[in-house]
Design a protein around this ligand. Structure first.
Ligand code: GDP
Length: 316
């Protein structure tokens, strides 16, 4: 009994050497940091404890006290994230449908899998950094300490999934606002083509570990938000448009003959099924890349974040 106890004590304090990780990616303002905080607060979060909502317009307000064991707000005040942050989370391994990110796994005694959730900066100038983790030809790994100086993790972590967060209220096809759809789709295009290129670069017959992508259609609490199905079709249509534009350059240079990427596989720079007219996320399965669009929200009333949590839990 004592050796078992010692072993338990020891293993409880020994850090895991290779926790799998999930990368949060997406345009600025979509809610990545909010989602990270929501999951991090998990069982501490108790909306019934809510006080008056903080004045969003007044950044001079003092930080609301983090009164543990419960916190009233799902998210901390987010700041423009220049530096990505990483949190360690645990998901129940037993597929009990009632466990969510809010479940206190310690209290229920459930067995759990730990993983790292890594936030990345959405600013276009810093995206290269996020994308660089997807470029390895074998299993993609990330080094959380390189991403976040505050993280003590120094080992490489195996990337299990990507969560691409979008603002569902900013993706109208004909919205006259800031071109949220075009900008979001550009970024998603870069992510997907990077994953696809990894697949092309596989060595021999060994396919690289696939990295599934969840498009989290966030902010469904807002009445201006599009439902997930529309977020999906709008993104697909826009990705198709981008593909057409980019492939035009590609074909032009290719047909000119001679210079450039003469050795590239046919269709390598083409996102999805080669030669298809309309783009659909299903085409990415050709490259073993699963893409799923699920709606939810971090703040306000709506479907919440449970489905995203479930999706992540099934893939770490
Ligand atoms: P990031 O740049 O992707 O990290 O986005 P943030 O997490 O900083 O969120 C950007 C803004 O969107 C913040 O003002 C959040 O409070 C807000 N936000 C995030 N999630 C939601 C949501 O589900 N609903 C609403 N209404 N606002 C949200």
């Amino acid at each position: 009994f004592i050796p078992v106890l010692l072993h338990l004590l020891f293993s409880a304090t020994t850090p895991y050497t290779t926790l799998p990780s999930v990368l949060l990616i997406g345009p600025p303002g979509a809610g990545k940091t909010a989602l990270l905080t929501l999951f991090e607060r998990g069982p501490l979060y108790n909306p019934d404890n809510r006080k008056e909502p903080d004045d969003q317009e007044n950044p001079d307000n003092e930080e609301p006290p983090l009164d543990k064991p419960t916190v009233a707000d799902p998210v901390a005040k987010t700041h423009t994230s220049q530096v990505p942050s990483t949190v360690e989370l645990a998901v129940a391994t037993d597929p009990n449908p009632s466990t969510t990110y809010r479940t206190d796994l310690d209290a229920t005694g459930a067995t759990a899998k730990k993983f790292l959730l890594v936030d990345t900066p959405g600013h276009p100038k810093l995206r290269r950094h996020a994308l660089s983790h997807l470029q390895g030809s074998s299993s993609p790994t990330i080094t959380p300490s390189a991403l976040s100086p505050s993280s003590s993790e120094t080992h490489k972590s195996k990337l299990k999934a990507l969560v691409f967060v979008v603002d569902a209220a900013a993706l109208g096809a004909d919205s006259d606002d800031t071109g949220g759809l075009a900008a979001t789709a550009e970024y998603l295009y870069d992510v997907l083509i990077t994953l696809q290129k990894r697949f092309h670069r596989r060595s021999g017959s060994r396919a690289p570990a696939s990295v599934p992508v969840l498009v989290a259609a966030n902010k469904l609490d807002l009445f201006t938000a599009l439902p997930a199905a529309l977020v999906k079709s709008n993104l697909e249509a826009e990705l198709g448009r981008i593909r057409k534009t980019r492939s035009k350059g590609l074909l032009d240079s290719g047909e000119g003959g001679g210079d450039g990427d003469a050795g590239a596989e046919e269709g390598e720079g083409w996102l999805g099924g080669y030669g298809t007219e309309k783009f659909s996320f299903k085409e990415m399965m050709e490259f073993d890349i699963e893409v799923e669009v699920i709606g939810g929200n971090v703040l306000g009333e709506g479907p919440g974040a449970d489905k995203w949590w479930k999706w992540i839990g099934e893939r770490v």
